[in-house]
Design a protein around this ligand. Structure first.
Ligand code: SAH
Length: 252
């Protein structure tokens, strides 16, 4: 089979945060598949067929990519951030595992991207300096009790926690519930960072306490980072946002 599927991470938004390898893979693609806002981030080209879809089931999108590749096309599947983080790469492999055995002989690759958590952390300072974990709060693909059980476990283990998909119009209450759970386990003064649209023109990053964050609003373009007990702020004055960091060392 001559066709290929490359699952490409577009990074958090700023085109300068797209890797050169991802750029090369996009330049070689004949078909472009992805959620509308991500496809829109790839410049148009007369020889590139665009298949933008709204938030349809990811595995269907993956199957479409594999069918096109099986017919000989070079297909790029795009995700924001990194495609392996709550995004299309796993959907492609799920489709391969369940689909036509011939798909396993296709040239399938993943091009990494800078995930929202790392872009947000870099803007804030070094909040992920110690041990951390990432959770998606979306209960589209997993039951809510699983999410709360995992969240409770990592909060008790004192990880810094990055929350993807904190809220959406269809899921308005999950972030409040997650921060409520955090408030049962962590001190009210724990730093909580709401990083919205990191590296895009409408970027807005807030450093709050856990108590303040429970009153704050967030949207689906926001990545939430809940500090651990060691996470600290360095105030800077003049209305500037403090630096946020978590020391690497943990006292014995
Ligand atoms: N694959 C993506 C994540 C997809 S899940 C990645 O690696 O970044 C979608 C969630 O990612 C959003 O709800 C939000 O929580 C987060 N996100 C994506 N891009 C972001 C950005 N530029 N700034 C802040 N959060 C972002």
């Amino acid at each position: 089979m001559t066709g290929s599927v490359t699952v490409i991470g577009l990074g958090p938004g700023d085109p300068r945060l797209l890797t050169p390898a991802a750029q090369d893979a996009l330049a070689q693609a004949q078909d472009l598949i992805g959620y509308i806002p991500y496809v829109a981030r790839v410049p148009e080209r007369p020889d590139l067929v665009r298949h933008a879809s709204d938030n349809r089931v990811e595995v269907d999108r993956a199957r479409q990519a594999l069918e096109l590749a099986a017919s000989g096309r070079r297909v790029a599947v795009v995700s924001g951030g990194d495609p392996g983080v709550f995004a299309m790469a796993a959907a492609v492999f799920e489709a391969v595992e369940a689909g036509d055995p011939a798909w396993r002989r296709l040239d399938i690759r993943v091009e990494p991207g800078i995930t929202a958590m790392l872009a947000a952390a870099a803007s804030l300072g070094a909040p992920l300096g110690g041990d951390f974990c990432a959770l998606s709060l979306s209960d589209n693909l997993k039951p809510w009790p699983v999410i709360t059980a995992r969240l409770e476990a990592v909060l008790r283990a004192d990880f810094v926690v990055a929350l993807y998909n904190p809220i959406s119009s269809a899921r308005p209450w999950q972030l409040g519930a997650a921060l409520g759970l955090a408030a049962e386990i962590r001190a009210p003064g724990t730093p909580v960072m709401l990083a919205r649209a990191v590296s895009r023109p409408d970027e807005a990053i807030r450093v709050l306490t856990l108590a303040e964050a429970r009153e704050a609003s967030a949207d689906m373009a926001t990545l939430v980072i809940i500090g651990a007990s060691a996470t600290r702020l360095i105030p800077r004055g003049d209305g500037e946002r403090p630096f946020v960091y978590t020391p690497r060392s943990v006292p014995a």
